[in-house]
Design a protein around this ligand. Structure first.
Ligand SMILES: Nc1ncnc2c1ncn2[C@@H]1O[C@H](COP(=O)(O)OP(=O)(O)OP(=O)(O)O)[C@@H](O)[C@H]1O
Ligand SMILES: [Mg+2]
Length: 337
């Protein structure tokens, strides 16, 4: 596997008279390898767009090392720009142009053969609507036109910032199918989102960002497995007596909202059914509680952290010990790329 995107220790601070200094990205790391559909997850304002803008040279980073398709970015990005399609700022189209004309102009400007326009319209499922004016397009169709424009160059790497934003379930599903078909055709996709169910369905790898820092990264199933507490949902006729029996067997049991129990500490579900069955309590339901990305995301990015010191999966960009302040001065690191 070769790295398609590498980001190490990216830091970006915004300065404004009104809000003062704001650290948007704070020692962030990201690794996307060839062939991945990589989800980039984080709450609102966690630094996703800023990271992607910095990667593509749309905003100047304070420090950090970045490469795209092996070239240092943004310095040598032009060398690989022809192989990268990106939608980071929602593109504006002329409403009076048809989808076809829009893409034809972009193709001509980018030195792409006009025949490619039909191909990308087909790819995003707009081939039968290409002759209509963009102002008559739904939001989902405009999103697909944007993706089509990013595909004109037949990119090896596609970077999409919140492509599912504002789409209805059918639109989200189409976007998902499109990303899958691109991945099947060998395109590496980096897609940011805060729609967790979507990321779980589409992506094989994920990086979670919180307050400008990476808090989890890896294969989706491994990130989920790392948060599996091996608990079971248990339904029995007498939950209180069941809880007592489970406690006596050194298991944990907590009431669930609808009269069921959440039982932990059992290596194997048969332990639970045996403990209860032996006392004449028959288990009506015994379901393993698998973590989903939403619960992991909330655990990693939500409450329970020390303010300003979100967890980081590795040491990079960690605040100096004793610092509990989100504004950490790492300026002395300098730009090393
Ligand atoms: N041009 C800017 N000037 C000042 N602050 C900015 C600017 N752009 C972003 N920020 C701040 O940087 C932080 C990260 O913003 P960013 O847009 O990267 O978050 P995001 O993860 O993309 O959020 P969302 O999910 O809402 O799109 C926020 O606190 C935001 O207010
Ligand atoms: Mg954003």
């Amino acid at each position: 596997m070769s790295a398609v995107i590498e980001i190490e220790g990216l830091r970006k601070t915004f300065h404004s008279l009104r809000n003062g200094r704001r650290v948007a990205v704070d020692g962030f790391d990201l690794l996307v390898e060839a062939g991945q559909i990589h989800g980039f997850l984080g709450p609102n304002g966690s630094g996703k767009t800023t990271t992607l803008r910095a990667l593509l040279g749309l905003v100047r980073a304070d420090s950090g090392r970045m490469t795209v398709l092996g070239e240092p970015s943004p310095q040598l990005l032009p060398r690989v720009a022809g192989r990268v399609g990106a939608i980071v700022e929602s593109p504006q189209f002329f409403g009076n142009f048809t989808g076809y004309r829009t893409l034809r102009l972009l193709a001509r400007a980018g030195g792409v053969p006009i025949s490619r326009v039909h191909e990308v319209l087909e790819q995003v499922g707009l081939h039968d609507r290409g002759d209509e004016r963009v102002k008559g397009y739904s939001l989902g169709m405009k999103q697909r036109l944007a993706v089509a424009s990013a595909l004109l160059k037949d990119p090896q790497l596609l970077i999409l910032d919140e492509p599912a934003n504002g789409l209805d379930p059918a639109g989200i599903r189409e976007m998902r199918d499109l990303m899958r078909s691109l991945a099947a055709a060998g395109v590496t996709v980096l897609v940011s989102s805060h729609i967790l169910g979507e990321i779980q369905l589409i992506c094989d790898h994920v990086t979670i960002i919180s307050r400008g820092r990476r808090v989890a990264a890896g294969r989706v199933d491994e990130v989920l497995a790392g948060h599996d507490r091996h608990e079971f949902l248990v339904r029995v006729a007498e939950p209180e007596r069941a809880a007592e029996l489970l406690f006596a067997a050194e298991l944990t049991a907590a009431a669930h909202d609808d009269g069921a129990l959440v039982v932990g500490g059992a290596s194997d579900p048969t332990v639970i059914s045996r403990v209860l069955g032996e006392q004449g309590l028959w288990v009506g339901e015994l379901t393993p509680l698998r973590p989903d990305l939403e619960s992991v995301f909330l655990e990693l990015t939500g409450a329970g952290q020390h303010p300003g010191v979100p967890r980081q999966v590795d040491g990079s960009g960690l605040p100096p010990s004793g610092s509990g302040d989100v504004v950490i001065d790492l300026d002395e690191r300098g730009v090393d790329a």
